[in-house]
Write a protein that binds this ligand. Structure first.
Ligand SMILES: [Zn+2]
Ligand SMILES: [Zn+2]
Length: 318
């Protein structure tokens, strides 16, 4: 991007990122809608199966565990729970949501609705726990793209969940807002990604007070000009793909083969936004190798620039 263009881009983003937010309070709400971070890691979590590098050897030694990226929403007025992503750690993450929201006694109806971004393992394999071998849930609405809904209906083992009425795919029209229940509005934005089994969505979630963006997996921002500005339009807090820091954590891989936007690139593009609204831009979906998970000095530097690494358990009033 040349300098004047980049300047215009930043000004545009400053205009569209909502002015009202600041850093939302973490205080536990008694009413209204609250969003919780249930996991911040890439699909394989930390420690990572098959990794014997220091990042995961140390995590196994110390007992440090990070679950894959996932959010939960509790609407205390409506008495409803929404889970965003069904990861392979869905049991622990829904238990975390219940604990954070102060909800008990859900039994076979652990959540009221599920939202899934795409069919990569860290984002939907947890659906298996909805089936007859485990919870045998009752018609949980699964909001997803039409292509994802067709994938669920056509392929085992997911097809069985639909046939047994344990889940009920609810395809939405991308770009058109829908409401899992009154008071919560969701808009799916298609994003470029490695789409073997389904397309990939980002979600904008709007409650009565705030709009939060969730885009855990996306190809480089440059792949679709204007995408980042469109995604951030009117957003108070954004959870952005932070899979890789600068690519050096993958010495065997050619940088050109890494399709995710590097955190360094995202921070360069959004530097002025982060300075103007510290804490509004937060990284999720960090790979087990990402130095931002392991290097305290690097993390402090990221925070000094106005960005954050999302924290498991943090909350935002929606
Ligand atoms: Zn992923
Ligand atoms: Zn993915």
């Amino acid at each position: 991007m040349n300098a004047p263009l980049r300047h215009c881009f930043v000004i545009a983003l400053l205009g569209v990122l909502a002015a009202c937010a600041g850093v939302p309070a973490v205080a536990r709400a008694k009413s209204g809608c609250e969003l919780f971070v249930l996991g911040i890691a890439q699909d394989g979590g930390l420690p990572h199966f098959g990794c014997e590098r220091p990042c995961c050897v140390e995590a196994r030694r110390s007992g440090r565990v990070l679950y894959p990226a996932s959010l939960g929403v509790c609407d205390r007025d409506a008495g409803k729970l929404l889970l965003i992503e069904a990861t392979p750690r869905v049991e622990e993450q829904v238990a975390r949501l219940h604990r954070l929201a102060g909800i008990r006694g859900r039994g076979r109806d652990p959540i009221d609705a599920l939202l899934v971004t795409h069919a990569h393992i860290g984002h939907y394999l947890g659906l298996a726990w909805f089936g007859r071998e485990v919870a045998s849930t009752r018609r949980v609405p699964v909001f997803c793209s039409p292509r994802f809904a067709a994938f669920l209906r056509q392929h085992g083992p997911w097809r069985q969940l639909v046939e047994l009425d344990q889940i009920a795919p609810q395809p939405f029209e991308p770009g058109v807002a829908f409401s899992p229940w009154p008071g919560l509005s969701v808009t799916a934005v298609p994003v470029p990604h490695r789409d073997e089994f389904s397309d990939t969505m980002a979600y904008r979630l709007t409650g009565r007070e705030r709009t939060v963006l969730f885009v855990p997996d996306v190809d480089a921002w440059e792949r679709e000009p204007g995408l980042l500005a469109r995604l951030l339009d009117g957003v108070d807090v954004a959870y952005l793909d932070g899979t890789f820091y600068d690519g050096s954590e993958l010495p065997d891989r050619n940088l050109a083969e890494i399709r995710h936007p590097l955190m360094t690139r995202t921070m360069a593009l959004l530097a002025e936004v982060a300075r103007a609204r510290p804490g509004a831009l937060r990284f999720v979906h960090l790979n087990h190798t990402n130095p931002a998970l392991h290097d305290a000095a690097l993390r402090r530097d990221i925070e000094a620039r106005g960005f954050r690494i999302a924290e498991p358990g943090e909350s935002i009033r929606l």
